[in-house]
Design a protein around this ligand. Sequence first.
Ligand code: PLP
Length: 403
Amino acid sequence: MNKNMKTIETEDKYCIPFFKKTQISIERGDGIYVFDENEKQYIDLTSGWGVTCIGHANPVITDALIEQSKKIIQNPESGKTYSPSRAKLLQLLSTVLPHSLNKVFFTNSGAEANDAVIKLARKVSGKKNVISTINSFHGRTISTASATGQSSHRDKYSPLMPNYLFVPYNDIEEVKKIIKNDVAAVIVEPIQGEGGIIVPSDDYLVNLSRICNENDVFLILDEVQTGFLRTGTFFCSSPFDIKADFMTMAKGLAGGFPFGAFAVSEKVAQKIEIGDHGGTYCGNPLGCAVSYAVIKFLISNNVEENVKEISKMTFDYLHKIQKEFPELIADIRGKGLLIALELANDKITSSIQKNCLDNGLLINVTHGNIIRLFPALTITKEEMNKSLVILKTSIAKHSKNDA
Ligand code: PLP
């Protein structure tokens, strides 16, 4: 008997169908593996959309959840009272954040963090316009959808929030043309993730930061997808000499627990007043305890080194496959363990995805023809190799005539 069916039927009956769903019902996870209700095992190369950075059911997370939930999960008066769990996390975060971003507030998601910083950038600067980039993704609330540079995620919700201007990504000259004294902020992803893993040139963020500073415009770095070692450094922007005023975080921040954050510069912090922002669950002790455990794990287990090693072997492997199937694989790009494999067309991609699924590998597809590989950062060489072999076998089922 297929035990998944009852769940699938119930969800299909009662859940609003926003997703075209994969017909499996996942009951549990363990590291990079997940298991459906029939105990069929799959490798999860999506890590829940870049979230479960230290694997599924990592005891570090479950222990933190149990210990903290036995103490308290929500403070009296929410953020109006102090929490040792929150203070511990703030202290630890301060060791990984850029020194210039020294004040932090917590949210429940990435969109909520972006929403908050856009609000605050306007309030603090007294200016209205926000520059975003074409093909970007910043969230699904009405303001972050309005800030998103993909019409498919935005235009059907009109009227949109006003005062967003869009420039091509990785194009400084276009920013220069429109950056004027009515611009509050520029919001940018260090790598466009949902947009298909578009990596800008090495000097892009530095130049953007310089132009923002010259024009007295805030720079908002959206590190929701790229943060917490996803691209090999703590933040994707860490290696660059950048002066940002806001940074937003979520996903890897708490390894699967819904949690987000934003950090602001001293210049911004000085102009923030009581009541400018808040939220019922912001900085709840449970989320803080989990996030602390995840960040501590990332630091103390040298996950950075693992990301670099696995990234190199993955890119080497993919480039080899590309040589074998040049007609099928259009491009390979990315950084760390945020990797895109762009295929010749949507049809091949969906067939590869299905074949991988049949063979126990879950992969994410974005824009129809881009396979986005973003596994847990703790994946081992053997596990990655096993996944890549399944992927290659699925690609090899197609011929150049399919391209
Ligand atoms: N910003 C970026 C760069 C993202 O990739 C995402 C989600 O994929 C978001 C914001 C929205 O985050 P959330 O889904 O947690 O609201």
